[in-house]
Design a protein around this ligand. Structure first.
Ligand code: HEM
Length: 437
């Protein structure tokens, strides 16, 4: 925010230890122009440590078949070939809808779990975010692996607990490895070794589930699912690598978006009542089915508004694949450009009364309330946009819907600051009072 105020809409950051120079862009028109001008293989400069894992440390696995390294930390033709194999299965209209009922069951299990682990004051426990991580992992395993891991009941030593621990270790390490001085490039630091061990665990558990799904498919023809679609269309290795990539970027993002949304709703009892009414009018107490969320515009608008003001991914980036003019400067090919969506999403130039939490801005767009479509892009844009968007939205909308149905949420502590960790998320334990409806 202060860089934008001090230097304007386009700022070059140079001299960062172990990192290339970067260009920060705060201008939504320029973001639109760069995104719309992208060629067939946009390059997102992310996770060099994962790139090293896939292409150096475990090249025997990821390089065993052509174009089988996945999409995260992969670029160029190899990325394009893999993305083409999985896009249709992941982004088609029905891809997420088929999971409405099972995802809703996981959300019910989460509500039951939270009801049990509330403290005497009916507040969420200190490790609430960890409980949300378990919900997220449970939901994603269902989608990516056709498997209920039973994360809420996982015991020490179980495969589920090993996966939960590995995913948590990955989150813990990735922020440190990516955001701090990259000593791991010089020697394998203790943190880097933990990171590699966690990735190995996630990969091996993922592979074992893909094998089980394959056996099931051969025995019973398999049921219709993302995993079966991928195995049939592109083979088991692609299915396993796609699942791995989804675990790496689909859990922390979704959990923190849910944590942030619950916190923001807990500050607004009146909004919760309107949401409750909207949900009740659609469901009339019956279980959720495919298409119901589309009848809940206020619910969707609340999530969009949280993502505008508090986007879990505060900025998105590209390494330019050609020389490009940005804000009137000639920016050479290879430069890393970071689009600062958190700053643009909170700028009055792009959003009317930007500092006010107003979900209605996504429902009614009078000419005074218009906003710039490229200022808030929580899932990115174009050929490289989030592959899991439809799943993420289904999961988030469903669990928020269930929480609003089950509880009146109140917050009785000092307002929380947000921090980048590496997701943009409330800083500290989120203590929400949950009063049964
Ligand atoms: C609130 C939740 C989420 C947010 C905010 C989010 C955001 C993003 C963003 C900003 C990108 C970069 C897009 C670009 O470069 O234009 C991305 C990429 C990606 N996301 Fe998500 N994501 C979320 C959840 C998920 C979930 C649940 C999955 C998996 C089921 C997922 C899978 C992916 C994958 C595989 C990519 C890489 C796509 C590529 O490089 O081709 N994401 N996400």
């Amino acid at each position: 925010m202060s860089l934008r105020q001090q230097y304007g809409k386009c700022v070059k950051m140079a001299g960062l230890l172990g990192r290339p120079d970067m260009l920060f862009v705060f201008d939504a028109n320029e973001v639109e122009r760069v995104f719309r001008g992208e060629d067939g293989t946009p390059h997102r400069p992310s996770m060099p440590s994962l790139n090293y894992y896939k292409h150096v440390l475990r090249k025997n696995f990821f390089g065993a078949e052509e174009n089988c390294a996945g999409v995260i930390a992969v670029h160029g033709d190899s990325w394009a070939a893999f993305r083409t194999k999985v896009s249709k299965a992941a982004l088609s209209a029905g891809a997420a809808a088929q999971y409405t009922e099972p995802v809703s069951e996981v959300a019910d299990a989460f509500v039951d779990r939270i009801r049990k682990v509330r403290n005497e004051e009916l507040e969420t426990p200190g490790d609430f975010l960890n409980e949300i991580h378990k919900w997220s992992l449970e939901s994603l395993s269902l989608i990516a692996l056709d498997t209920r891991l039973n994360c809420f009941e996982a015991n020490d030593g179980s495969e589920s607990q090993r996966l939960i621990d590995a995913v948590n270790t990955f989150f813990l390490c990735v922020g440190e490895l990516e955001l701090r001085t990259p000593w791991w490039r010089l020697y394998p630091t203790a943190m880097f070794k933990r990171y590699v061990a966690a990735l190995d665990t996630i990969l091996s558990v993922t592979l074992s589930h893909v094998e089980k799904a394959l056996e099931e498919c051969q025995r019973n023809g398999g049921s219709k699912s993302l995993l079966q679609d991928l195995v049939t269309a592109a083979g088991p290795r692609v299915a396993a690598v796609a699942a791995l990539d989804m675990f790496l970027v689909g859990i922390d993002t979704t959990s923190n978006a849910v944590a942030s949304t619950l916190y923001q709703l807990s500050l607004r009892p009146e909004l919760q009542e309107r949401l409750y009414e909207e949900i009740d009018n659609v469901l009339h107490g019956r279980p959720m089915k495919s298409g119901d969320i589309n009848q809940m515009p206020l619910l969707k608008a609340c999530v969009k508004e949280v993502m505008r003001m508090y986007p879990v991914v505060i900025g998105n980036g590209r390494q330019l694949t050609k020389d490009t003019v940005i804000c009137g400067y000639n920016i050479p090919k290879g430069t890393q450009v970071i689009f600062q969506h958190y700053v643009m999403g909170n700028d009055d130039e792009y959003f009317w009364n930007s500092s006010e939490f107003q979900p209605e801005r996504w429902l009614r767009r009078s000419s005074t309330q218009k906003h710039h479509a490229f200022a808030s892009l929580p899932f990115g844009f174009g050929k490289r946009m989030c592959l899991g968007r439809r799943f993420a939205e289904l999961e988030i909308h469903t669990v928020i819907c269930k929480m609003v149905q089950a509880f009146k949420m109140e917050y009785h502590h000092e307002l929380m600051d947000y921090h980048v960790h590496p997701m943009y998320t409330p800083n500290g334990p989120i203590r929400i009072k949950l009063i049964d409806r």
